[in-house]
Design a protein around this ligand. Structure first.
Ligand SMILES: C[S@@+](CC[C@H](N)C(=O)[O-])C[C@H]1O[C@@H](n2cnc3c(N)ncnc32)[C@H](O)[C@@H]1O
Length: 220
């Protein structure tokens, strides 16, 4: 991993460029199946506080805001262009967006009932600090759904850091479990989320390996 500042800068530049090219919408669609499955497991309920770390164009924040007007739905992203898109696409008054790198120490501990993150955590400069920060933000009993497509068992993903020119942490399924447990979270479930094949579509890593979900709970 490069220095924290360099990593944050390269990630921001990459995703600003992707947002300008409209690739946020491609991610919303491409991640849609796994994201829905992970979001469903969080069981967001009226009155709860919801956070999406690395929210991109904010699609999951809109899902959470639509659960009930009493839900407070927050999306955070280091890319200002992603946050601008998220704001423009989100009319719900109970949704808001923060432009900042995660971890963000200013966020109050024990605030969120549900934290969602799709294809983000392996970019964090210090992964353990990032997971510990997510744990800190959860209320006791709160859930963290972390989904990654870049992981050890998914050989098709191994070239991605070189392809996009940004460093990434590559952990195995057991490694993600251990990383959650190391900071005191309880792993409730690990699953490979595999979308069904569309008619005429050839199977890819999405059907063979799938997206790796680690669902963890803050004890208490
Ligand atoms: C692969 S995209 C996924 C976006 C969205 N979750 C989705 O599923 O479409 C990764 C996102 O994470 C954001 N990101 C990466 N590192 C971050 C950090 N340290 N803090 C906040 N956002 C970050 C990027 O700017 C980008 O929008």
């Amino acid at each position: 991993m490069p220095s924290e500042e360099q990593q944050v800068e390269s990630v921001r530049d990459l995703f600003d460029a992707w947002a300008r090219k409209g690739r946020d919408e491609g991610m919303e669609e491409g991640h849609g199946f796994a994201a829905r499955e992970a979001f469903r497991r969080l069981g967001v309920a009226p009155g709860q506080h919801y956070l999406d770390v690395g929210c991109g164009n904010g699609y999951s924040v809109r899902w959470a805001a639509d659960v009930d007007p009493s839900v407070s739905a927050v999306g955070l992203d280091v890319s200002p262009e992603m946050i601008a898109k998220a704001r423009a696409k989100t009319p719900q008054p109970n949704a808001r967006f923060i432009h900042a790198p995660f971890p963000l120490p200013l966020l109050k501990a024990k605030t969120f009932h549900a934290i969602f993150s799709m294809e983000v955590f392996y970019y964090l400069p210090d992964l353990t600090w990032g997971i510990l920060s997510a744990a800190r933000l959860l209320v006791p009993g709160g859930l963290f759904a972390c989904v990654v497509d870049y992981y050890e068992e998914n050989a098709a993903s191994h070239g991605w850091p070189e392809d996009v020119g940004v460093a990434m942490h590559r952990l195995s399924e057991a490694g993600w479990r251990a990383a959650m447990e190391e900071v005191g979270l309880e792993v409730v479930e690990q699953a490979r989320l595999r979308p069904p094949l569309a008619e005429g579509e050839a199977p890819s890593w999405k059907q063979t390996e799938g997206s790796l979900l680690t669902l963890a709970r803050r004890p208490g």
